[in-house]
Design a protein around this ligand. Structure first.
Ligand SMILES: [Zn+2]
Length: 239
């Protein structure tokens, strides 16, 4: 048994052997879970993985929070192959984020998804942190994008005195702003010039009930974006 004696700092001694065992248990549980999942899938359909390996044609791009409680497939009852996923802290769409833009471009122009969903969730730690004055480190720079959403809507948010209600409303407003940010991208606008089957939506997941709330901010055209955000057709400019 190895004990770290931290009594000088007033903390209890830590049994490092037990700690390592617990850590390797949670690690091994993943591999065990995988073999059980494979076994179950093959029982249902012996060709399951042969079919899955052939390729993907998802109809949906999901832009959600990294929070471990909101996995896209699980909360929508969908299967592997049905949802293309991008997740980051507090489901933010930043127009200079090459990771997000690459996922968006591939989903829209190669996979030809029909729906892009920004999915936030009540009880979002990123949104709560953005509403505070505390420093959390590097992440403060990312949370700045949500602080900007607060600034845009401070007239409404400052009237809410209950802190949880204020956070929940900022979760909703953040999703709406990120839907707007998606519509402003040249990727989405160029797709709309070519096809009429692409819609952008905003959802919030209620962790307390598991249910999804559709914020009814769906968009399928650039016409409400405002003058400077709506692009001309590049092809038309060439003539
Ligand atoms: Zn979150």
């Amino acid at each position: 048994m190895t004990l770290i004696d931290d009594k000088k700092n007033g903390k209890p001694a830590i049994d490092t052997n037990n700690l390592k065992l617990a850590q390797s248990d949670s690690y091994n549980a993943l591999l065990h879970g995988n073999s059980q999942w494979v076994e179950l899938k093959l029982k249902e359909d012996s060709e399951y993985f042969k079919k899955l390996a052939k390729g993907q044609s998802p109809q949906v791009l999901w832009i959600g929070c990294s929070d471990s409680r909101v996995p896209a497939n699980e909360v929508t009852g969908t299967k592997p192959g049905e949802v293309f996923v991008h997740r980051n802290i507090a489901n933010v769409v930043v127009h200079s984020d090459m990771n997000m833009l690459s996922v968006l471009d591939y989903a829209v122009n190669v996979l030809k998804v029909k729906h892009i969903i920004v999915a936030g969730h009540y009880g979002c730690g990123g949104v709560a942190a953005a509403l505070s004055n505390k420093q959390f480190g590097l992440i403060d720079n990312w949370l700045r994008h949500i602080k900007d959403v607060y600034r845009l809507h401070s007239h409404e948010l400052d009237r809410i005195t209950d802190e949880t209600q204020k956070q929940n409303r900022l979760v909703e407003l953040n999703v709406s702003e990120q839907v707007y940010n998606l519509c402003k991208t040249s990727i989405v606008q160029n797709a709309w010039m070519e096809r009429h089957d692409l819609e952008v939506h905003g959802w919030v997941i209620d962790l307390g009930t598991g249910l999804i709330k559709d914020l009814k901010v769906s968009s399928s055209s650039p016409h409400n974006l405002g003058y400077v955000y709506e692009f001309n057709n590049v092809a038309a400019l060439a003539h």
